[in-house]
Design a protein. Structure first.
Ligand SMILES: O=P(O)(O)OC[C@H]1O[C@H](O)[C@H](O)[C@@H](O)[C@@H]1O
Length: 518
């Protein structure tokens, strides 16, 4: 049913294969027929999902239950794009059961959304602001960056958006050399407002601002108050930093799920309030599909189960994402955090070591560039690597011939992976029978992009629910941060005073005494 399936034979004997293994979902058409599975496979996987209680776990998320158990938090990023009246979910039986707490949470969501959109429109109307610098990392960076880049057709040409994330001074320096304090707005984006890279970048930006004509005096024309905004759940820490304008959000919004919240302010500034609402609307349409559609025609369910099939039954250790769209050139980086930080885990929710592999390595680059870089391995390498093509039905205003060429290349590559080539000599032959998924997005517009991102969020949920892991915490990132803090303290301590702070001396000293007190 899996590795022994010959896709060429399957299509030859079952012309109905495409219609059985593809479907339309909101803004996205998915062709799953070139994967190494059969309709019966999907039925068995649906039985597996049923036995793992995936639907019950999904409904628990919709009820506002604290399903992120290790942090005792609800998981409600989907609430951020739910209309005040519940929208397409208002008749859902679980929503019908919502208590006052959920109703109040939804009201707070809309209160914050209106404040955020008002601020966004104020900045867009202020001709003095020509540059917006978002300082944040991880979920406080990747989501806003991919959306602002993807929706550049809607971005006001009069304002430049910069995303600074790395602690490497080159990145912040590159931006500061190109902006002026009086025409720049700094967004300090950090859910915790403690992340070391973001805090150092924020302090350096403030120092630069004050050294180049900015003032700490709230009444000054070019003041911290007017030129810095904090996006965080930690309002107190933002105030201590000296920022008076803060847009807050809630603990039940995970960092990698936060672009729909105040973290999305740079998006709203870039595309405007109306288009930001379209982004939310597209995601909500996908939410309603995920929470309501039957498993057999529930695209996030089918894709999440396909991920389990490819990883655990076929043993594929990675998945290549190939967006055939320059606008989606940062999508893979975003999906790496979404998928690998959510499901890159070995312990189940009840503390047991998992016997099966979980999240694959997610990697890739836009097409057609990938065809000139790593597609050789995909066609003739020793490992089978599932490929995920993402193409646009409507290429927008850019040069029709270019879009046609782009989509034809994507389709041809999927076909070549499946068909392969035989009989032209060992070095020229391609084995074929290599799986791929083809996602055809309506267009690169706010609603379609919102739906696509929501599709990936829910797909990650489904795979995590089958594996029985908590897809919403990320304890693995704490150790490195802790060791970095200890190393910084050791480097500044007396007993290391004689150690040359150069990297090599540090590495040698660490080799002699790996941990504190050695
Ligand atoms: O938004 P912040 O609190 O600054 O956190 C930024 C990032 O820090 C860590 O890397 C977490 O693993 C990420 O999930 C988070 O997005």
């Amino acid at each position: 049913m899996g590795r022994h399936l010959d896709l060429r034979q399957a299509f030859a004997h079952h012309p109905e294969r495409l219609s059985q293994l593809s479907q339309q979902a909101p803004y996205v058409f998915a062709d799953l027929s070139k994967n190494l599975w059969q309709p019966q496979t999907e039925q068995l996987l649906a039985d597996l999902a049923h036995s793992c209680g995936v639907t019950e776990q999904r409904d628990a998320m919709l009820s506002g239950a604290p399903i992120n158990a290790s942090e005792q938090r609800a998981v409600m990023h989907w609430l951020l794009r739910t209309p005040q009246d519940g929208g397409l979910l208002q008749d859902h039986p679980v929503v019908q059961q919502w208590g006052g707490g959920m109703v109040q949470a939804l009201a707070q969501v809309h209160q914050t959304l209106e404040a955020m959109l008002d601020l966004a429109e104020q900045v867009r109307a202020d001709a003095r602001i020509t540059d917006v610098v978002n300082i944040g990392i991880g979920g406080s960076h990747l989501g806003p960056e991919v959306v602002v880049q993807a929706l550049e057709d809607w971005v006001d040409a009069g304002t430049q958006f910069h995303f600074v994330s790395n602690v490497d001074g080159h990145e912040l320096g590159h931006v500061l050399r190109r902006v002026r304090p009086e025409s720049t707005l700094f967004l300090i984006a950090s859910k915790s407002f403690t992340t070391a890279e973001t805090m150092l970048n924020a302090h350096s930006a403030r120092a630069w601002f004050l050294a180049h004509g900015g003032s700490a005096d709230a009444d000054a024309a070019c003041s911290i108050d007017r030129h810095f905004v904090a996006l965080t759940t930690n309002v107190q820490a933002a105030a201590e930093f000296g920022i008076s304008r803060t847009l807050g959000f809630w603990d039940w919004v995970g960092g990698r799920f936060s672009l729909w919240s105040a973290i999305g302010l740079p998006i709203a500034m870039a595309i405007g309030a109306a288009q930001f609402r379209q982004l939310l609307q597209g995601a909500h349409a996908m939410d309603a599909h995920f929470f309501s559609a039957a498993p057999a025609v529930n695209l996030p369910m089918r894709l999440g189960l396909l991920d389990v099939w490819n990883r655990d039954f076929l043993g594929f250790g990675s998945r290549c994402i190939a967006p055939y769209s320059h606008g989606l050139r940062r999508l893979t980086a975003y999906l790496q955090q979404l998928e690998m930080e959510s499901n890159g885990k070995r312990i189940t929710r009840d503390g047991q070591v998992l016997e099966v592999p979980t999240a694959p390595v997610v990697w890739g680059e836009p097409g057609t560039n990938g065809q000139h870089a790593f597609f050789q391995m995909l066609h003739q390498g020793q490992d089978t690597i599932p490929v995920e093509f993402i193409a646009l039905r409507d290429g927008g205003k850019y040069l029709g011939a270019h879009h046609q060429s782009l989509v034809i290349n994507a389709i041809a590559q999927a076909q070549a992976l499946m068909l392969g080539r035989q009989g032209e000599g060992a070095e020229r032959d391609c084995p074929g029978n290599r799986p791929s998924t083809f996602l055809l997005l309506q267009a690169l517009d706010p609603a379609s992009l919102g739906a696509l991102i929501a599709l990936y969020e829910h797909r990650v949920f489904v795979a995590g629910a089958v594996w029985g892991i908590n897809s919403f915490d990320q304890w693995g990132v704490e150790l490195g941060k802790k060791l970095a803090q200890e190393l910084r303290a050791r480097q500044q301590s007396d007993d290391w005073a004689e150690v040359d702070p150069s990297t090599l001396a540090l590495m040698q000293r660490l080799a002699e005494s790996p941990t504190h007190g050695d």
